[in-house]
Design a protein around this ligand. Structure first.
Ligand code: CA
Ligand code: CA
Length: 455
């Protein structure tokens, strides 16, 4: 009761201050309870191509991320979290559908392969459960105006890029629910961040899902010269891209700090769970400067740990005990079941998804269901290398043969144990023989690279 009146009070303040400027909130059916009480707001920040070691709390010695480090200290750090793929579009497909790479609808990374109406997304599950749903950044699962577009897949509002090719520059037009915006080519991430903030403010009085597939630090390596984060690295003797990447990461770190501060100001800090992760491994390792993949082998596009293991931090004051570290192996296909359980919407999760809810681990309550295995594969219509993690073991290869590693001793995947443990190697091969199911057509709706601008 006390928190409710404080909440109403804060809401009143916020409403007064924003009455003229704020966009209308997306009105929903009220604050129906989940098993955990009020349905929490969910903010899921997923940046693009950030390496596992590019945050201070994940060992970076060069990139300054004090706000995410604080978020980590106040929440839980997952050391063994993985993307669902090594590249943007399929990773997003596994995240949105709860299906691993061998089952998820979008397997190719050509940029315009769409979700179809019958595909069920996390946003649709939360939308049905009364959430206001907003997405801000890079969608990657269907071009603007098509059936795969975010606003036709459960989002009330999507602001940003739809096609990945479009997102290869930070100075271009953007879309709001498929309508062209940002025609003055303002630095796109500033526009995307502002819309993120507006959405949180406008929907503070009801459960909301704020999905932030932000595009930095994906190439092109671009940031306005006068961004405060640029000054942090101006005296470094690093190669230019290494400086710009660090600045892009520190810019987003500052913005994460602004979001947490806003949650406190709005009085919804304890009603909001915030995730921070990256969509796949580092695009460049920056060895000798940032060491983004550390001792892990590979980078973006690789089945090795450097290609798929991602930083993951989750903060929820009062619900997640501060300072915890978990080595639970989990990955993007688990996001749907997890967010649905948080929302009290587990019954709306489609049957037969590959993911499991990690809420028991987040809340340190109840029994955590464990995966028999996690699965990845390269390629779109034919799998190239596949990878399977079972407990501490990971196999890479195919049904015909694998290299086998013990990740607990060999994060660099150097010592092949397939001959030493033929039984485990065989198990992994058997999984690879059946985990990949032939995908539907991976026909691309076309490349979009932005409006031609007058010179
Ligand atoms: Ca990416
Ligand atoms: Ca759908």
């Amino acid at each position: 009761m006390a928190s409710l009146s404080r909440r109403s009070f804060m809401k009143g303040l916020a409403a007064g201050a924003m009455a003229l400027a704020a966009p209308l909130p997306i009105r929903r059916g009220g604050l129906a309870a989940s098993p955990a009480g009020r349905k929490p707001n969910i903010i899921f920040i997923m940046v693009d191509d950030m390496g596992y070691h590019d945050l201070g709390c994940f060992g970076s010695k060069t990139i300054l991320t004090p706000n995410i480090d604080r978020m980590c200290a106040e929440g839980i750090k997952f050391t063994d979290c993985y993307s669902g793929d090594t590249v943007c579009a399929p990773a997003r497909s596994t995240l949105m559908t709860g299906l691993h790479k061998g089952h998820t609808p979008v397997r190719g990374n050509s940029g315009g392969i769409p979700l179809l109406p019958d595909d069920v997304t996390v946003a649709e599950v939360l939308d049905r459960s009364g959430y206001a749903t907003g997405g801000f950044g890079k969608w990657g699962l269907g071009n603007q105006g098509k059936d795969g577009a975010a606003e036709r897949q459960g989002f009330d509002l999507f602001y940003g890029y739809y096609n990945q090719w479009h997102a290869h520059t930070y100075y271009t037009n953007l879309f709001r629910n498929s309508e062209v915006v940002n025609r003055d080519r303002r630095y796109t991430h500033y526009a995307i961040f502002e819309e993120t903030i507006k959405f949180i403010k406008a929907n503070a009085d009801q459960p909301f899902f704020c999905y932030c597939p932000w595009t930095p630090p994906h190439a092109a390596y671009q940031i306005p010269e006068d961004d405060p984060a640029v000054a942090l690295y101006k005296d470094k003797t690093w190669p230019k891209d290494a400086k710009v990447v660090a600045a892009m990461d520190s810019m987003m770190d500052r913005q994460v700090g602004e979001i947490i501060a806003l949650l406190k100001k709005l009085g919804i800090d304890e009603e909001t769970i915030v995730f921070f992760t990256s969509d796949n491994g580092a695009a460049k390792r920056f060895d000798g400067v940032h060491n983004s993949c550390g001792k892990m082998k590979g980078q973006k596009r690789s089945m090795n740990e450097g290609g798929i293991r991602v930083p993951m931090v989750v903060r929820w004051p009062g619900k997640i005990t501060a300072g915890r570290v978990s080595d639970l192996p989990w990955y993007f296909p688990d996001v749907m079941a997890t967010l649905a359980e948080l929302a009290g919407a587990s019954k709306d999760v489609p049957k037969g998804i590959d993911g499991v809810s990690i809420v028991p681990t987040l809340l340190a309550k109840g029994e955590q269901k464990r995966h028999e295995y996690l699965y990845w594969a390269q390629g779109s219509t034919n799998p190239g290398n596949q990878a399977v993690r079972m407990g501490k073991y990971k196999g890479i290869g195919s049904a015909k043969g694998v290299r086998l590693y013990d990740l607990s001793k060999d994060i660099g995947e150097e010592n092949d144990l397939a001959e030493k443990h033929p039984d485990i190697a065989k198990k992994v091969q058997n999984i690879m023989a059946k985990a990949w199911v032939e995908p539907r057509s991976q026909k691309d709706d076309g490349k979009y690279q932005g409006e031609k601008m007058p010179k």
